[in-house]
Design a protein around this ligand. Structure first.
Ligand code: URA
Length: 431
């Protein structure tokens, strides 16, 4: 069986067998399949789809493509994974909050994908911070500080590493079977017993409709549950950026503000995720979970825990005392309201604009510019007056196409239909 035959079968819309799926994943992991072949396979899956059974098999084969991680310490570990959004820095808030509450967090995260940002890229905004921890360093930090955030080592889910990097640059991200297998293979190869998935839907998400997000959520909860993990999914709104800042340094600045008590949708969703994890992992009752989370922030304990995490990973902690230590690129485009009315913001356009200005990757392995960013001065749904400032775009090189994209992301109309932050929760009873 050749990789060519497998691609050809999927291109024709055929259901792949367990042997074909296992062979393809093996060839990805041992590098006998080229990047072009991976891209062709992923495009065929995007266009032709996969059955749930094929997705289960792909997830399992990917999880088995490398080493399984063992827990760095005794106890129950919880994990949260977002399917990707714009201005979604919830992990950088959730990990220190939970660690401050004594919940050990051993978090493996990823880099930006498509127009969405990645936790590792944001964390590297702290100069010198190392996300490539060995498993010994990772375990020692979890034991000593209570939390660590790192990239999975080369030997864990190597098939996803290659597929993820190829998908990022070949417009093959937004496929339910590919996202489900990518996310869940990493969860199955890891040790978290409690898994909270944040499945985004809307303009800035890979899933554009609540229906598609619910389907992805059900599939992932089914995979996690079948593997014996306590898995739930929150289907959440990504029709507009979650926080007020986009871009690495800008988002990390906002994380520090949230840990100091700033209130907005980013803060609210991060707290809701923390509360749900406390309930799932420790059986903490709802009102008490909310109280604990708010105390961790109000007391400054979560901010202090974040400083410890950054410092333990070798990062410069100057930004904890001075936001200017996370500089923003010097060029400015000030976006103003073209007319008066209710504001609409396209999260996808802003995510793409930020990436095109250098804040994300256009090519695999490319360096990104942490200083590029977009600062929102108004939120989606706000009433704005003609000429009012809506956003500042911070750039180093004035790439006209990207700036026009950012400008066009803001539209004003007479009405606005607000969506709830959390559309629904999917648990094992719903699959
Ligand atoms: N996050 C992942 O880990 N994989 C995807 O495919 C999309 C989001």
């Amino acid at each position: 069986m050749t990789v060519y035959d497998i691609i050809e079968a999927k291109k024709r819309g055929r259901r792949l067998s367990e042997e074909q799926i296992a062979a393809f994943v093996r060839m990805v992991a041992d590098e006998s399949a080229t990047d072009a072949q991976i891209a062709a396979f992923c495009m065929a899956v995007c266009l032709r789809g996969m059955t749930d059974e094929e997705t289960f098999l792909l997830t399992k084969a990917m999880a088995d493509s490398g080493e399984r991680l063992s827990p760095p310490a005794a106890g129950v570990f919880a994990d949260k994974h977002s399917t990707g959004g714009v201005s979604d820095s919830t992990t950088l808030i959730l990990v220190p909050v939970l660690a401050a509450l004594g919940v050990k967090c051993a978090k493996y995260s990823g880099r930006g994908l498509g127009h969405t940002g990645g936790t590792l890229d944001k964390l590297e905004s702290f100069a010198g911070l190392n996300v490539d921890l060995t498993s010994e360093q990772f375990a020692a930090q979890v034991e000593r500080v209570g939390a660590a955030i790192a990239g999975q080592t080369k030997s864990t889910v190597p098939a996803d590493k290659r597929m993820y990097a190829v998908r990022d640059v070949t417009a093959t991200v937004d496929s339910i079977p590919l996202i489900a297998s990518s996310v869940m293979s990493k969860k199955l190869a890891s040790f978290a017993q409690v898994i909270l998935l944040d499945v985004k839907y809307g303009d800035g998400a890979f899933m554009k409709t609540a229906r598609a997000a619910e389907r992805l959520a059900r599939l992932m909860v089914a995979v996690g549950t079948a593997a014996g993990r306590q898995t739930e999914a929150a289907v959440t709104d990504m029709s507009a950026p979650l926080g007020d800042n986009i871009g690495c340094n800008a988002e990390v600045r906002e994380v520090l503000e949230v840990l100091r008590g700033k209130q907005n949708d980013l803060a609210r969703l991060s707290c809701l995720h923390c509360e749900r994890i406390l309930r799932m992992a420790q059986g903490v009752e709802e009102a008490r979970a909310a109280k604990l989370v708010h105390e961790a922030i109000d007391s400054g304990a979560a901010l202090e825990k974040f400083r410890q995490i950054v410092s333990a990973q070798g990062g410069d902690t100057a930004a904890f005392d001075d936001a200017e230590a996370l500089p923003l690129a010097p060029g400015r485009l000030i976006v103003r309201a073209p007319r008066s009315g209710r504001l609409h913001i396209s999260a996808q356009a802003l995510g793409k604009a930020c990436a095109q200005l250098g804040g994300g990757r256009q090519r695999e392995g490319e360096e990104i510019d942490h200083t590029v960013g977009i600062l929102l001065k108004k939120r989606a749904g706000d009433r704005v007056a003609q000429g009012e400032e809506l956003a500042h775009v911070c750039y180093r090189e004035p790439r006209q196409e990207a700036l026009a994209l950012a400008q066009g992301a803001f539209t004003v109309s007479a009405s606005f239909r607000a969506r709830p932050l959390v559309h629904c929760i999917i648990s094992k009873e719903d699959i």
